[in-house]
Design a protein around this ligand. Sequence first.
Ligand code: NAD
Ligand code: LMR
Length: 331
Amino acid sequence: MSKAPITVAVTGAAGQIGYSLLFRIASGALFGADQPVNLRLIERNDEKAMKGLTGVCMELDDCAFPLLNSVHPTCDIDDGFTGVNWALLVGSVPRGPGMERKDLLSINGKIFTGQGQAIEKNAASDVRVLVVGNPCNTNCLIAMNSAKSIPTDRWFAMTRLDENRAKSQLAAKAGVHSTAVTNMTIWGNHSATQYPDFFNAKINGKPATDSISDTEWLQGPFISTVQKRGAAIIEARGLSSAASAANAACDTVYSLTRPTPASDWTSVAVCSDGSYGIEKGLMFSFPIRTDGSKWEIVQDVPVNEFSQAKIKATEDELKEERAAVTELGLI
Ligand code: NAD
Ligand code: LMR
């Protein structure tokens, strides 16, 4: 191994998403085929969870991954976040049938104050944090506000699963491969108010609306299918999405650590700087471009009246979530 390892913490490592995600990280899917990794795996201080994590570690051993330099299981968050370059915050309770993600605010929100503090105290100076555990935008807001010395541009909440879902829906409707769909923005919250922006999406480099003339479908079933896909999977599987969520987490880190291809962008929730009139400080999903280390919100994406109303609805929901966690004393 010639390169110094990248150290990655994963919380909820014995959970469903963890079970897909860890093996992808260890195989090189995030940082490349020549980049060794250290895994620091964090679980609840609970006998069953830690026993499960022991089993996962045994399976990681059994893969003999060439890039896996070390695996450190722990239920101590200070220990778990020590020296980490990336913290993937997955651990939290998933919603069950009939629940909205915001129903999880009081259950999961408090996890993220302690984790934010532990990251601030123990992580490497270049740490970057991706929150997957729901409600991920507001959990990220809580963690970021609990770690004020870490610059706000290091905090991300995952909307890549929504981006991938939207691309897949558009590709199926247009009869093309999903790779033909680019410039797919998810605006706002990872929730049923998110806005998958078909107006600015492209298919084979041209407006998606050139290939898909069914405006009624785009404005109705397309948007609601993407918004409600998480619930549809919970309904079908009896469990929340896991392999596709882990895949999206890999895609997110991959995209944030490499230059964005020319004339494309990706979606991830970041701390709003007021772009597009979104209230500063909210964790809001925008179109993002990066050179692999510094990222920027893509400016001047056209927002028409239809899009503006959708964007406002998801911003309003994030403001409500922020008010709720402020009332709970979490920020
Ligand atoms: P899961 O219940 O299978 O696993 C969660 C794991 O987290 C469990 O092993 C649990 O012991 C652990 N955990 C709970 N609290 C913890 C804590 N304080 N510290 C460390 N570990 C803790 O759930 P899952 O299916 O893996 O989903 C995890 C989260 O990801 C859920 O909140 C789910 O809603 C969310 N999710 C987000 C997206 C997204 O696109 N952002 C997609 C799918 C799922
Ligand atoms: C998803 O989008 O699949 C996850 O966020 C799970 C959920 O709660 O919907």
